[in-house]
Design a protein around this ligand. Structure first.
Ligand code: GLA
Length: 382
C-alpha cells in the first residue's frame, strides 16, 4: 500500500484532520511553487483554502474543497490570459449548488442505474441523487469533501497531492477507499492528473474530473463554435435516464461522429433521439484505443476565435462529452456573468457509465491488494 501522506490519513478520522502546509515547495525552474490562501469557511466552521500554482504558461487555482479547479488560465494566440474553466468566486456558491464545476468526481463518476449493483453475489444500494439513478458518487460525492492537500515541486514540475479516505459504506459503497490524486503542472504547461486508490473490500471505482471548458474565456457565452475531435468510432447510447443500453453504437453517419474535427454546434440541433434524451451531447464515447497503460491522445478541442486549444490524453477507455445542457441561466459565474445552456463543455475521461451492471463493459471492480491507477493529461496550445 504506497499512496502516502501517512497512507492517506487514517480511515474515518480523515475528515477531521486539518490540512497543513508542508515543505517541499522549493522553486522549480520556471514554475511557481504552490501558494496557499484562505478561500472561505464552511457552515460547520471548516476553513477552505485555495492553492495557486503556475508552470509553462498555465496558471491553476485549486480548492481543497472537492479538489475543485477554481480557475485555469492560459494565453491566447496574442499571449492574452483568460480563465477557461467555469466556476464561482465564493465557497458559498460552490456549496449552494454547483453542477460539479471543476470538481474531482468519485467514487463512481457518471451514472449507475437505480444506484444498484451486485458484486461477488452481494447486492448494494448506493445513494440515489439523479432521478432514480446515482450520479457522480451520490448525494455527497468526492466533489463535496474536503481533501488533504500537500504541495510539491520536483525537478521542473510543480503540483499538489490530494488525499481523501472514503470510509466503508460511505454513500453505500463497500470498502474503505484510500484515494490519492496528483495534479501536476509540467514545464510545458500541461495539467496532468494521476489517480490512485486502494480498498480493503471489493468495490467499484471510476474517478474523473469535471472541468467545464470554454476556451474563449469562462464568461464569453456559447461553446458551439468550438471545434472538437474525438478518436472514437462508437459511443454508448442511453435510455431516457441517461443509462447506457449496453450497445456500442457506430458514430459514423450520426451527430456522434467527431472523428474529424467539427463545430460542437454543427449537429447539436439534429432531431436525433439520443440528443433529445441528453438535451444535447451527454454521452460516453468508446475510445478506439481502449484501456492503455500509457496516456494516448484521444480528443482535441479548439476555439477558432482565440486560437486556444486543449488536447486530452488518457489511459481510460471512455470519454463523456457533456455540452453543458443543464446550465439554465440560474448561476452567476466567477466573471460576474450568468451561465446559460452551452456556455461550457465537459470532457470527462472515465470507464463507461453503469459498468457495474454491464458485464460486457471494461470492469470498474477494485479488489484488496490491487491499486487503481489512471492518468489524464491536458495539453494546451494556441
Ligand atoms: C455529467 C452528466 C450530466 C450532468 C452533469 C452535471 O457530465 O453526464 O448529465 O449531470 O454531469 O450537471
Amino acid at each position: 500500500m504506497e499512496l502516502n501522506r501517512r497512507t492517506v490519513i487514517a480511515g474515518a478520522a480523515a475528515a477531521g484532520i486539518a490540512a497543513t502546509t508542508l515543505g517541499g515547495t522549493a522553486q522549480a525552474s520556471g514554475g511557481r511553487a504552490p501558494v496557499k490562501k484562505p478561500f472561505g469557511t464552511l457552515a460547520d466552521g471548516t476553513k477552505i483554502s485555495s492553492w495557486s500554482l503556475a508552470n509553462g504558461g498555465t496558471r491553476l487555482k485549486v480548492l481543497d474543497y472537492g479538489g475543485i479547479v477554481q480557475s485555469l488560465e492560459i494565453p491566447d494566440r496574442h499571449g492574452r490570459y483568460r480563465n477557461v474553466s467555469l466556476g464561482f468566486d465564493t465557497i458559498e456558491d460552490y456549496v449552494a449548488g454547483s453542477p460539479y464545476f471543476g470538481a474531482l468526481i468519485g467514487r463512481y463518476g457518471n451514472r449507475i442505474g437505480k444506484g444498484r449493483f451486485t458484486l461477488d453475489g452481494k447486492a448494494y444500494q448506493v445513494s440515489v441523487n439523479d432521478g432514480e439513478n446515482t450520479l457522480h458518487g451520490g448525494a455527497q460525492g468526492f466533489d463535496k469533501r474536503v481533501w488533504d492537500v500537500e504541495p510539491f515541486a520536483e525537478g521542473s514540475d510543480v503540483g499538489l497531492y490530494l488525499y481523501y479516505t472514503s470510509v466503508d459504506g460511505e454513500m453505500g459503497y463497500p470498502g474503505t477507499l484510500r484515494v490519492k490524486v496528483t495534479y501536476t503542472l509540467t514545464r510545458q504547461g500541461d495539467w496532468r492528473i494521476d489517480y490512485e486508490a486502494t480498498t480493503d473490500k471489493a468495490t467499484v471505482v471510476n474517478l474523473t474530473s469535471h472541468v467545464y471548458w470554454n476556451l474563449a474565456g469562462e464568461d464569453s457565452g456559447s461553446i458551439h463554435d468550438h471545434e472538437l475531435r474525438i478518436a472514437a468510432s462508437r459511443y454508448t447510447p442511453v435510455d431516457s435516464g441517461l443509462i447506457p443500453t449496453g450497445e456500442l453504437a457506430k458514430a459514423a453517419g450520426t451527430p456522434f461522429d467527431f472523428r474529424r474535427a467539427k463545430a460542437v454546434g454543427e449537429d447539436i440541433r439534429v432531431a436525433h433521439q439520443q440528443l433529445l434524451y441528453g438535451q444535447g451531447f451527454d454521452h460516453n464515447w468508446v475510445l478506439d484505443k481502449g484501456v492503455t497503460a500509457k496516456p494516448v491522445a484521444v480528443a482535441t478541442l479548439r476555439d477558432p476565435s482565440s486560437g486556444r486549444s486543449l488536447t486530452i490524453s488518457t489511459t481510460e477507455p471512455g470519454l463523456q462529452f457533456y455540452s453543458g445542457n443543464f446550465l439554465d441561466g440560474t448561476l452567476v459565474g466567477s466573471g460576474g456573468t450568468v451561465y446559460r445552456q452551452g456556455d461550457g463543455l465537459c470532457l470527462e475521461t472515465q470507464h463507461f457509465p453503469d459498468s457495474p451492471n454491464k458485464p460486457s463493459f471494461p470492469s470498474t471492480v477494485l479488489r484488496p491488494g490491487q491499486t487503481y491507477r489512471t492518468t489524464t493529461i491536458h495539453s494546451f496550445g494556441r
